[in-house]
Design a protein around this ligand. Sequence first.
Ligand code: HPA
Length: 275
Amino acid sequence: MKEMGELHDAVSFIGRQTSIRPTIACILGSGLGDFADEIESGVVIPSASIPHYPVSSVQGHEGKLVFGSIRKDQRTSRPLLVFKGRVHFYESGDLETTLLPVRLAHQLGAQTLIVTNAAGGINRRFKAGDLMLIRDILNLTSLPKKDHTRTSHGRGERTNRLFDPVLQDSLLSTATQIGLHLQEGVYCWLKGPSYETAAEIEMLRRMGADAVGMSTVPEIIEANRLGMRVVGISLISNLATGISAAKLSHAEVTDTANRVKASFTNLMREFILHQ
Ligand code: HPA
């Protein structure tokens, strides 16, 4: 299969650049890339140098893979691979391309995936700048197709529990320990790239969505298929269309991310140090 050959090329290339074998991988969403700077003296590989690696065209997605550990006081985390920037499905329209980073992380040894994103808040109790534990997902796309859902470990075609409850609890207790209020909710994936209409948001609200975005779900499904443990965090970067009267822009998404960067970093750092 072409994809397997490409994955192999990418893995061998990375294997020649670093001997670090990550056990945790972390995909950073829009505007959240600065968390990668927490890795001290990490090995940085520009994604453009990796064979077959997709290039993101979206502002705020830098395109770097950072390998290393987080250190604080006397504590050192397990080895990490942080993806600074992600490639959205809408950029290529090709799921294989979108899934390469997760497959790469898995091949390099990661058993845990932390996915993050910026999302529009639908739940009326949310405000821009809140962080939300992704409790569950709503997938209203027709993706992935059947051949992407076949498990490699015979656990059935699709698990209905996509998130690891132990990791979810650990994230919630970390937030409590650092005095951060973490919202919880359902993340709905739409393909994008355009933002939703007010009528669409009202429909999603009635269906039970708390937040909406254009990413993350394909990575979550693939990570499950590969047997990885998954936890997800959304930054509510704006209130979705119609929930707020303001016109949406990508600049608002990155501005909010800049405002809450410090809390996000703190949460991620402490959570990862606990693993
Ligand atoms: N809608 C869809 N995707 C998003 C939004 C939104 O309001 N904000 C950030 N990503």
